[in-house]
Design a binder for this molecule. Structure first.
Ligand code: HEC
Ligand code: HEC
Length: 561
C-alpha cells in the first residue's frame, strides 16, 4: 500500500539508519533489516497477570506501539544517546563538564518531560513503575546480529502529552507526582525540536568531543551501538542538516507545538505530502492536549469530530448503555491511528496495535480525573449545578444531579458554530481527509470534513487549562468574561489559580503573565492570541446574560467534574 515516496522526503526528521522504509510486500522490514526496539520499561510488567485496564495503564504510560523503529526514525523517533548528548552539550554551553545526568534531567524538564517518582493514579494492585528516563519518553535498544548494529531509540509515549504534574491545595505543581490522563500543559515539542536541530547543526567539529559526551552520559554503551553511531548515524545527521540548510534552514516546515498544544494535523500533512516540505507554513493549527476523562462518551474523535467509525453516524447522543465493548473497540481503532502523527508509525503498524489501544479504553472506562485539591464552597457548587444544567448541559452533557461525585449520564456529541477560531477546521481540508482515507487504514477509521467543533466533555476540566480547542484562554474565569480574555499569556511550568480555575497569572497591560514570585518548572511560552489559530474568540453567548453570582457558582461546580 505504502509508496516509498510518501516517507522519503522531508520528514526524514532523523533518517539515520537508512533502512527505515519498509519494502513493499515486507511490511515487517525483515528484508530491509528494519530495526525494532521495545520500550525498556515494559519489561518490569512481563509475566504479571494484569487485567485489561491495568494493561491499558501500562500501554498508556510506556507502550511503544512499535514506534521505536527505523520506520519511526524516519519521522519522529531519535537516536537517543547521540541526540541527548548533542543537546546536553549545547545546554552546557559546549562544556563537557556540564554534560551530566542531572543536566540531562533538567534539560528534558525544560521541554516538559519529567521523571516523577510516583504516578498518583497508577492502578491499585500494581507496584509503582520504575522509569529509565522521563515519563512520556520511551527508550529501547534495537539491535541485530548481521550486520552487527545496535541503536538506542527514543520516541514519545501517550503519557508524554497525556500525563501531568499534580497540584497542591495552593495550586502549586508537585513535579514528583504525575497523573495519567491529564494533559501535560508544559510539553513543548517545538522547543525540543528547535534546540535539537540547533544541536545537530552546531555540533562540535571534533567528533571525539561528541563521543566523549556520549561516553560520559552512557558509559555502558554496547560496541554495536558505537559502531552504528560512528559509521552511520552521525553521517546521516550531517546529511540531514545539509539538506535542511539548503531549503528551510530548520527541521520542520511547521510549528510542532506551543506549550501543551501540539500540531498533529500538519505533522500528518507534511508527512504525506499535503503541504510542501520546503516551504514554511504560515498558519499552525495547534490543538490543546485534551483531558481524557469521559472521552469514551464521544462517538467520533478530534476537536471537530473528523475521525469517525466507518458505517456509524459520527455524532450520536450517548448514554451509559452505549458505552459497550464494541464502542470501545471502535474508539480503539481510531486511537491507534494517533500513533501515525504523534509517534511516526506507518498506518499498517498502527493497525497492529488496536488491542493495545483497546486496553487503554478499558482503563479509561474507569478513569477518574485528579480531584480538585482546593476548598470548594458546597452551597455555591450546589447552585452552580443548576446553572450548569440549564446553561451548559444541552451541549456538554448531563451529569448526575447534586455535587456528590457528578458523573456523565448523557452526552450529546453536540456540534455547532460558537464562534471560536476556525483555523484548524479550515486547515483540515478535503485533501487531508482524502489522504487519511487513502492510507490503507480502511475499516477502522473514516475521516470526514468537519464544519464545526464538537462540545467536549468537561470532566476533569479544572486541571486542563488553557481552554478551548486551541488553548487560547488561560482560565475558566476568563472564558466566562470574554472582554477580559488576555491578549497574551504564559503557559508551561505554570502553577494553577484555583479561584479563577486555570493558569496562575498576573494582569499586566492586558496580558496574563507569570507572577514574579513564581519560578516555572518548565520553560514557559508566551501565547499571542493575535496569531492565526490562537484567537481567543467565541463561546461568549452562554455567558452574555449570566449574572456574576451565577458565574461564581458555576465556577465552583465545574471544579467537581
Ligand atoms: C504529541 C502529543 C500526543 C501524543 C504522544 C498522544 N496524543 Fe492523544 N491527543 C493529543 C492532542 C493534541 C489531541 C487533540 C487532537 C484534536 O482534537 O484534534 C489528542 C487527542 C486524543 C484523544 C481524543 C480525544 C477526543 O475527544 O477527541 C484520545 C483518545 C487520545 N488522544 C489518546 C492518545 C493515546 C492513547 C496516545 C498514545 C497511543 C496518544 N493520545 C498520544 C496529543 C497527543
Ligand atoms: C451551544 C452549545 C454550547 C453551550 C450551551 C455551551 N458550550 Fe461550552 N463549548 C461548546 C463547544 C462547541 C465547545 C468547543 C469549542 C472549541 O474548543 O473551540 C465548547 C467548549 C467549552 C470549553 C472548553 C473546554 C476545554 O476543554 O478546553 C469550556 C470550559 C466550556 N465550553 C464551558 C461551557 C460552560 C461552563 C457552559 C455553560 C455556561 C457552556 N460551555 C455552554 C458548546 C457549548
Amino acid at each position: 500500500m505504502h509508496k516509498r515516496t510518501i516517507l522519503v522526503p522531508i520528514l526524514a526528521l532523523l533518517a539515520l539508519i537508512g533502512v527505515g522504509v519498509a519494502v513493499d510486500g515486507d511490511p515487517a522490514g525483515i528484508l530491509s533489516g528494519n530495526l525494532q526496539a521495545r520500550s525498556a520499561t515494559l519489561a518490569q510488567f512481563d509475566g504479571l497477570a494484569l487485567t485489561p485496564a491495568q494493561q491499558g495503564a501500562v500501554q498508556f504510560a510506556f507502550g511503544d506501539f512499535s514506534a521505536l523503529s527505523s520506520e519511526a526514525l524516519e519521522v519522529s523517533a531519535s537516536p537517543w544517546k547521540l541526540a541527548t548528548a548533542l543537546l546536553a552539550l549545547r545546554y552546557a554551553g559546549g562544556h563537557l563538564d556540564g554534560v551530566t545526568p542531572q543536566a540531562v534531567t533538567a534539560m528534558y524538564q525544560s521541554y516538559g518531560f519529567v521523571t516523577p517518582t510516583r504516578i498518583a493514579n497508577w492502578p491499585a494492585g500494581m507496584p509503582q513503575p520504575g522509569l529509565n528516563g522521563p515519563l512520556g519518553q520511551n527508550i529501547g535498544f534495537a539491535s541485530r546480529v548481521l550486520p552487527p548494529i545496535g541503536l538506542t531509540i527514543g520516541n514519545i509515549a501517550c503519557a508524554g502529552c497525556h500525563a501531568s504534574v499534580v497540584y497542591g491545595a495552593d495550586g502549586r505543581p508537585d513535579i514528583s507526582t504525575f497523573w495519567l490522563g491529564t494533559p501535560n500543559g508544559s510539553i513543548n515539542l517545538q522547543r525540543y525540536v528547535t534546540e535539537l536541530y540547533a544541536a545537530l547543526r552546531d555540533r562540535p567539529e571534533d567528533e571525539e568531543f561528541i563521543w566523549a559526551a556520549v561516553q560520559k552520559l552512557y558509559p555502558e554503551t554496547d560496541w554495536r551501538e558505537w559502531l552504528a553511531l560512528k559509521t552511520v548515524v552521525l553521517s546521516r545527521v550531517k546529511d540531514l542538516v545539509a539538506k535542511q540548510e539548503a531549503t528551510i534552514g530548520r527541521l520542520l516546515p511547521f510549528e510542532v507545538s506551543t506549550s501543551g498544544a501540539t500540531n498533529g494535523l500538519q505533522a500528518l500533512q507534511a508527512r504525506f505530502g499535503i503541504i510542501p516540505s520546503d516551504q514554511i507554513a504560515d498558519r499552525n493549527p495547534t490543538i490543546s492536549v485534551p483531558e481524557l476523562g469521559s472521552r469514551i462518551w464521544r462517538s467520533s474523535l478530534l476537536a471537530g469530530g473528523s475521525y469517525g467509525v466507518p458505517g456509524e453516524t459520527p455524532l450520536r447522543v450517548m448514554r451509559a448503555g452505549d458505552i459497550t465493548d464494541a464502542h470501545l473497540r471502535a474508539l480503539a481503532g481510531l486511537t491507534a491511528f494517533f500513533t501515525v502523527p504523534s509517534m511516526g508509525t506507518l498506518p499498517t503498524t498502527a493497525a497492529r496495535h488496536v488491542d493495545d489501544a483497546e486496553h487503554i479504553m478499558d482503563w479509561l472506562r474507569d478513569y477518574k480525573p485528579q480531584p480538585f485539591p482546593g476548598e470548594i464552597d458546597k452551597a455555591s457548587a450546589e447552585r452552580g449545578s443548576l446553572v450548569y444544567a440549564s446553561a451548559c448541559a444541552s451541549c456538554h452533557g448531563s451529569y448526575s444531579a447534586g455535587i456528590d461525585a457528578p458523573a456523565l449520564v448523557e452526552f450529546p456529541n453536540w456540534q455547532g458554530d460558537i464562534g471560536t477560531d476556525r483555523t484548524y477546521l479550515e486547515e483540515f481540508d478535503q485533501a487531508s481527509v482524502d489522504a487519511v482515507n487513502g492510507l490503507g487504514y480502511d475499516g477502522l477509521l473514516q475521516a470526514r470534513l468537519s464544519p464545526n467543533y464538537v462540545a467536549q466533555p468537561l470532566t476533569g476540566l479544572w486541571s486542563s487549562a488553557p481552554y478551548l480547542h486551541n488553548g487560547s484562554v488561560p482560565t475558566l474565569w476568563h472564558l466566562m468574561h470574554p472582554a477580559e480574555r488576555p491578549s497574551q499569556f504564559d503557559v508551561g511550568g505554570h502553577a494553577l489559580d484555583l479561584a479563577k480555575v486555570g493558569i496562575a497569572g498576573m494582569d499586566h497591560d492586558g496580558m496574563w503573565i507569570t507572577p514574579p514570585d513564581y519560578t516555572p518548572w518548565a520553560a514557559p511560552v508566551r501565547i499571542d492570541t493575535a496569531l492565526p489559530g490562537l484567537h481567543a474568540i467565541g463561546h461568549e453567548t452562554p455567558f452574555d446574560t449570566m449574572s456574576e453570582p451565577d458565574k461564581a457558582a458555576l465556577l465552583d461546580y465545574l471544579k467537581l467534574l
